[in-house]
Design a binder for this molecule. Structure first.
Ligand SMILES: [Zn+2]
Length: 112
């Protein structure tokens, strides 16, 4: 089965310099390039922004909707997970991240 791949000029592997499909880009601390297998990651600033947006959104959205008290906290906690998931699976297509070496892989290369 052929699946449609989405590419961005920003998601270029720093090792093999080929475009990594957005479907393969993970917002984890490190993942393997599907083309060359080297350890790469999304820039730390992108992940930090993603975390800030998830937490701020989870706190502000129920508040703006008029939710207060214990229910506010009860809604905010699962909402962090929902917003982080939305960003991991949808927002990266709107705002493709820049890729960089995974620090662990750089250390491994300089030793070996
Ligand atoms: Zn690569």
């Amino acid at each position: 089965m052929l699946s449609k791949r989405t590419y961005s000029l920003r998601t270029v592997c720093p090792a093999c310099e080929r475009q990594v499909p957005l479907e393969s880009v993970r917002l984890t601390p490190c993942f393997s390039c599907p083309l060359c297998g080297r350890g790469i990651r999304v820039r730390a600033a992108y992940r930090t922004t993603q975390n800030v947006v998830s937490y701020a959104g989870a706190i502000l959205l129920p508040y703006v909707a008029g939710v207060r008290g214990v229910l506010w906290i009860a809604l905010a906690i699962p909402l962090v997970v929902v917003l982080a998931g939305l960003q991991a699976y949808f927002i990266k297509y709107l705002f493709p991240p820049t890729l960089e070496w995974c620090p662990d892989d750089v250390v491994r290369l300089s030793i070996g």
